[in-house]
Design a protein around this ligand. Sequence first.
Ligand code: BDR
Ligand code: CA
Length: 309
Amino acid sequence: MTARPIIIDTDPGQDDAIAILMALASPELDVRAITTVAGNVPQPRVTDNSLSLVTLAEREDVPVYRGCSRPLVRKLYTAEYVHGPTGVDGADLPTPTVEAHPMHGVDAIIEACLDAGDEPITVCPLGPLTNIGMAIAKEPSILDGIREIVWMGGAFDEAGNTTPLAEFNAYVDPHAAHIVFSSGVPLTIMPLDVTHKALMVERHVEHLASIDRPAAQAAAGMVRFYERYDIDKYGIPGAPLHDPCVIAFLLEPSLFSGETGPIAIDHWNEATIGNTYRSEEEGVGRATVMSSVDADAFFDLVIERVGSL
Ligand code: BDR
Ligand code: CA
């Protein structure tokens, strides 16, 4: 088996953290780089958290690159109200044993895609699309080195979680999302429509917590902290594990289903900014937008992989 080369672009975030741990535990995936982006919490916090996660997973061989510190056009909007001041509250992550690579995250994405040769890269953004939009703007020929982008973001038939219409990652950098959507890159989206069906309920958390290994303990602690926000806001019985849906899709695509068609994001109208929608407009992109998941099989996969570290 040849492992699939991927880049994880991320703003940890408890759910980002679990996605990263899952990917680092999966032999089917060759994590070429982790690039960080300001989102749930600012830089340098997201970078420090990523360094702690490669340390926790004993995967210090995976380079972490500091990416953008703010969105392309708008002011940075963060989500400590969801994730806590560290972004990964609930876990006592180890002090990093490695430092961030000196290259900028945008340049790391460009270099990896230009060097991809006959092994194009799957780019997995788990946060605002700032770094990916910047990389496409700086070097459009990187698109030839990208197999596909699988992004967690957006809300199509589901309401937003940051405004009534906008999901967080879409809201934070809608201009970067527009660059990505309209680039023509093969794109799969895991919006709230599917992630709100991937709820980690008490029996899943108990299972994770029963695994006496550092990564499983950290993941259980993070879910226990992070679930309170969605339980209070939506009255649902657990935490949606948004970002791990991206990694699970790479490992077991048959767990998910959705539809392919034209899409767009509102990036000009302040009242509706960040709204992702299906569109027939000329010049806007296409994506496969996922809407359902086999939640039990998904959680079995998350727990098996994180528990194996
Ligand atoms: C997305 O926003 C962040 O809060 C999570 O990490 C996830 O990527 C969910 O809307
Ligand atoms: Ca995220």
